[in-house]
Write a protein that binds this ligand. Structure first.
Ligand code: CA2
Length: 146
């Protein structure tokens, strides 16, 4: 079993600014944590981050036959990108949407996720712990799907 952990724009800066919203954990630490959760269940993790929307879509296309599912924090593209929604639908991989902050407690424009309808679930507002939850949910889904 192999999963993709994918991050969208600005998330490479985690831990550097806005700790009151996003915590103090770095992206590298999140990636290590997801790998630990997945490895303990016999799954491998490929990590990817980009600040370019097309590059995220390309990655989903390229990994569609390589991985079994995706944990995705699409950052701001969550709220704006029909192209990302279409890509998730097109690759036919199970995707769990994750957000560090509780997007529903923030500005109105963050309340709507364009990708939620094509993801198997959404974990929002649990900070770094949300990634462990999202990874476990994805692996549970993949294991029960057979
Ligand atoms: O809460 C989340 O995980 C978000 O996906 C983070 C996105 C935001 O646009 C979404 O609405 C919710 C923003 C990530 C920005 O990352 C930063 C990292 C360091 C300093 C400032 C921003």
């Amino acid at each position: 079993m192999q999963i993709l952990l994918a991050h969208g724009p600005n998330l490479n800066l985690l831990g550097e600014r806005r700790p009151e919203v996003y915590g103090t954990t770095t992206l590298l630490e999140i990636e290590a944590e997801v790998a630990a959760v997945a490895n303990a269940r016999g799954a491998a993790v490929i990590c990817f981050q980009t600040n370019h929307e097309g590059a995220l879509i390309d990655a989903l296309h390229q990994y569609r036959r390589v991985v079994d599912g995706v944990v995705l924090n699409a950052g701001a593209w969550t709220h704006t990108s029909v192209a990302l929604r279409d890509a998730i639908e097109a690759v036919q991989l199970p995707v769990v949407e994750v957000h560090l902050s509780n997007t529903h407690q923030r500005e109105d424009f963050r309340h709507r996720s364009l990708i939620a309808g094509v993801c198997i679930g959404q974990v929002t507002g649990l900070g770094r712990d949300g990634y462990g939850v999202a990874t476990a949910l994805l692996l549970d889904h993949l294991e029960t799907r057979g």
